[in-house]
Structures are given as structure tokens and as C-alpha cells.
Design a protein around this ligand. Structure first.
Ligand code: GDP
Length: 285
């Protein structure tokens, strides 16, 4: 297995995507690369997120098919779903509306990969699949306040507040939105299983299928990090989509699997890792 990094091959440039395929000659490509993050980075860099993710997807799949790759595993996002559906997000509803305005610039770019895969399968016979991932968290995450997703953001805030003896911590929005959190190692296992077992061009959700409100998440992270001060709610920051939780019925059937790590265990492992590696973790932008 090879894991090329962006400093070696910048996939925004087609010739570098081609050089990457030529260097490794892979049978399977798992396209994980993305310029993305939590709700705030979409407000800071909407244009860059749109352009880089759109062209990276197009380049990597085109370079893969030119290099004779047998299987292409496209990694998509729950941000591709319509922004205002009722209930949990089912694969059949993926095309039923526009993504939420806080993430539309990201969600649509990844969704285009699903269409590219469908078109390439039809014309070139490329075995392309499209996996839709939910919010991830775990060791080696990005803990930068502007870029991080909510779990990493809260871990950093509460760990630092505890270490520095602060009496209050700022959290964003109202706490009412509901999200789904998948531990990164479980996600990696699901991707490998899908690469082995799933050969259909129709998208497949990958998640834990369980909703947790931001308020509930805050309570768990506070408890595990030992912070017992006051919360200050900054409602100038957006709530985003009210419910973003994947229906994982199809995943459980086709992968014969469900994620083994509970939210509490996963957060505990992530906090332990963060505390032990704080200096390095904080440097990652
Ligand atoms: P999203 O799932 O694409 O909306 O992105 P995030 O993983 O960043 O989750 C955003 C949700 O968490 C929104 O409802 C935010 O208001 C809420 N939230 C609360 N505190 C924070 C924080 O410190 N950072 C982030 N990123 N989100 C926060």
C-alpha cells in the first residue's frame, strides 16, 4: 500500500496526478485527498474548497483510468446530501435537493465524483464506487480552530481550559444540531471492506447511524477532559444543517459489519492521544 502525500504529488495539477499513478502503478485507488474541514473553513475559503476538490476528483479518476487502474474508490461526504431533508439521510435521497448553504461549495464537488464514476464505468468499464462518509474524529485529526470539525475543536478547547485553569469555554451555535461521529479507525476498516466487497456504482453511506446533538457531544467531552467550568454560547457562529446523520442500513447489509467503537470510547482514546501529542497536533493546519 502506498500513501502519497500532497507535498510529493499535488493532485490539483493533472500532470502530478498522472506522475503519481505512473510511480505506483496501483490496481486500486482510494481517493481520500481533500481540502476541507469543519463548518468554519467553508466560510473562510469557499472558493479554494470548491476549486481544489472539484479538480482533484476529476484529475485523480482520469489519471487512474488512463493508468489502467481496476478499481476506484471515491470518498464522498455527508455534506453532499440535501440540506433540509427530514430524518436520517438515505442513499436514495442523495439527489433530492441542494446541500446546506454552509457546505454546498464542498458537498457538490464530491458529489460530482459519483457522476464521474458512473460515466467512466459506462464508457471505460472502470469499477468505480462512491462512499459517503460522515463526521470523523480520532488521533491525527486537525485541531486547528479554524479548520477542525466539532469533535476535535471541542477536545482542544476543553483540554486547554483544564490545563490552563480557565473558568469558561466558548462553543458555537445553539447546541441543537444533530451530527453523527465515526471513529477514524472504524472508518478505515469500512473503506477497506467496501474496496473488497462493494462493486456497485450507486453510492454507499459509511457511518455509525446514530445521531448525537452538539450539546450531548459537549457534555461527554467536558466530562472526559475534566473541565467543569462555564459554557459561553457564541450564536454568531452558524449551526449548519440541523440533522446530518446517515442511514446505514445498506452499509450493514453489504459490508456485513458495523463500527465497533462507541462514541465515548473513541473520544476517550482521542483525548488521550491529543494530551500526549498536543504540541505536534496543534501544529497541523
Ligand atoms: P458540519 O458537520 O459540516 O456542520 O461541521 P462541524 O464538524 O464543524 O460541526 C459544526 C457544528 O458544531 C455546528 O452546529 C457548530 O455550531 C457546532 N460547534 C459548536 N462548537 C464548535 C466549535 O468549536 N467548532 C466547530 N467547528 N463547530 C462547533
Amino acid at each position: 500500500m502506498f500513501v502519497p502525500r500532497s507535498k510529493d504529488y499535488d493532485l490539483v495539477f493533472f500532470d502530478q496526478a498522472q506522475q503519481c499513478m505512473e510511480a505506483f502503478r496501483p490496481h486500486i485507488v482510494i481517493h481520500l485527498a481533500a481540502f476541507y474541514g469543519g463548518i468554519w473553513i467553508n466560510q473562510l475559503y469557499p472558493g479554494r474548497i470548491f476549486y481544489e476538490n472539484l479538480v482533484m476528483g476529476a484529475h485523480v479518476m482520469e489519471a487512474a483510468r488512463l493508468a489502467g487502474v481496476e478499481k476506484f474508490v471515491g470518498i464522498g461526504t455527508a455534506c453532499s446530501y440535501p440540506g433540509y431533508l427530514d430524518g436520517y439521510l438515505k442513499e436514495d435521497n442523495l439527489w433530492d435537493g441542494v446541500p446546506h448553504e454552509t457546505v454546498v461549495n464542498y458537498g457538490l464537488t464530491k458529489k460530482m465524483m459519483a457522476i464521474q464514476g458512473w460515466a467512466y464505468k459506462r464508457q471505460y468499464g472502470l469499477n468505480a464506487i462512491h462512499l459517503i462518509l460522515t463526521n470523523l474524529y480520532g488521533p491525527w485529526d486537525t485541531f486547528d480552530p479554524d479548520r477542525s470539525h466539532v469533535a476535535a475543536a471541542l477536545i482542544r478547547k476543553f483540554v486547554e481550559a483544564k490545563q490552563e485553569g480557565k473558568s469558561e469555554v466558548e462553543v458555537w451555535g445553539t447546541g441543537k444540531p444533530v451530527r453523527e461521529f465515526l471513529y477514524v479507525e472504524d472508518c478505515a476498516e469500512a473503506i477497506v471492506r467496501a474496496a473488497e466487497l462493494y462493486d456497485d456504482v450507486s453510492p454507499l453511506n459509511i457511518g455509525c447511524g446514530q445521531g448525537t446533538s452538539i450539546r450531548e457531544l459537549i457534555d461527554i467531552v467536558m466530562e472526559l477532559s475534566g473541565f467543569d467550568g462555564r459554557l459561553v454560547w457564541n450564536t454568531d457562529k452558524p449551526d449548519g444543517q440541523m440533522v446530518k446523520v446517515l442511514d446505514t442500513t445498506k452499509m450493514r447489509q453489504v459490508l456485513q459489519w458495523s463500527p465497533p467503537t462507541s462514541l465515548r470510547d473513541g473520544l476517550g482514546k482521542t483525548i488521550d492521544w491529543y494530551v500526549a501529542n498536543k504540541a505536534t497536533a496543534d501544529m497541523r493546519a
